[in-house]
Design a binder for this molecule. Structure first.
Ligand SMILES: C[S@@+](CC[C@H](N)C(=O)[O-])C[C@H]1O[C@@H](n2cnc3c(N)ncnc32)[C@H](O)[C@@H]1O
Length: 247
């Protein structure tokens, strides 16, 4: 149960995110690096600057720790879609965290600014087609953090690619984590399959950040302007031919 005040209700998504990060997130067990706040805020601020709109999606929500951060960032009329096997843990083939529908629902009630805008889909992501999750035009923020097998991650990348709006930002968990090599292999295969629409521009807080090819230059420039000044040893590298900032 939360040990602090209930969430601040604010009309400004970035304020809402900061309030959730301060009050809600510490009360939810999950795997969200504290340093993720800054790159997530920077990406959302850039989307607001350039007018990217859309719903938000997480595949693999567990108890909602990161999902509620994405939820905080959605604006009026935008939905937040949560995909997890939840209590169907026999479908969780690599034991990548145990989702709980009861805990997730409780946290949404406590920390979402608009619980009616949350859509929970209890399913193995392998069984989902874009039409099963898309609410309106598509997603502008997506987190891929469900099963970490090659098959699932590749499937989830394809789902993200099919449902992302132009200028969307997609977070891929554990890309450089040797304990979950399936994520790395899946992204390699994704790149070798053809010319992917989603390309990397940032690595921060254990997540690889992708955006649509047409928005890559702007997303990278924004990351450099907003993140490089405070970063210890930022590096500009190339991944699959795309310039990417590592902070
Ligand atoms: C690492 S946890 C997610 C952590 C969460 N994003 C957070 O920030 O706290 C992985 C989640 O993926 C779910 N999961 C595992 N296999 C899945 C699958 N095939 N489809 C959908 N969700 C799955 C698990 O139940 C678990 O809740």
């Amino acid at each position: 149960m939360p040990t602090t005040d209930p969430p601040q209700i604010s009309t400004a998504p970035l304020d809402r995110l900061a309030a959730y990060w301060r009050n809600g997130r510490p009360n939810i067990h999950g795997w969200v690096a504290p340093v993720l706040l800054k790159p997530l805020s920077a990406a959302a601020a850039h989307q607001a600057d350039v007018g990217v709109r859309g719903d938000v999606l997480e595949i693999g929500v567990h108890k909602g720790a990161l999902f509620l951060a994405l939820d905080a960032l959605r604006g009026a009329g935008e939905k937040a879609v949560a995909v997890d096997v939840f209590d169907d843990q026999h479908l969780n083939v690599d034991n990548s965290g145990r989702g709980s529908r009861e805990k997730f629902d409780e946290h949404v009630r406590l920390w979402s600014h608009d619980p009616d805008g949350v859509v929970a889909v209890q399913a193995d992501s392998l069984t989902l087609a874009p039409a099963d999750i898309v609410q309106s035009e598509g997603f502008r923020l997506i987190s891929i953090d469900g099963s970490h097998t090659v098959e699932h991650t590749l499937n989830d990348l394809a789902l993200a690619e099919a449902t992302a709006v132009s200028g969307a930002v997609v977070l891929v968990d554990d890309y450089f984590n040797p304990r979950w090599p399936g994520v790395h292999e899946a992204f390699a295969r994704f790149n070798l399959l053809g010319a992917p629409k989603l390309v990397p521009f940032l690595h921060a807080g254990k997540k690889l950040f992708l955006t649509t090819l047409d928005a890559h230059a702007g997303a990278l420039e924004n990351a450099r302007a907003r993140l490089e000044p405070g970063a210890a040893k930022p590096r500009l590298v190339r991944l699959y031919g795309h310039r990417m900032l590592v902070v």
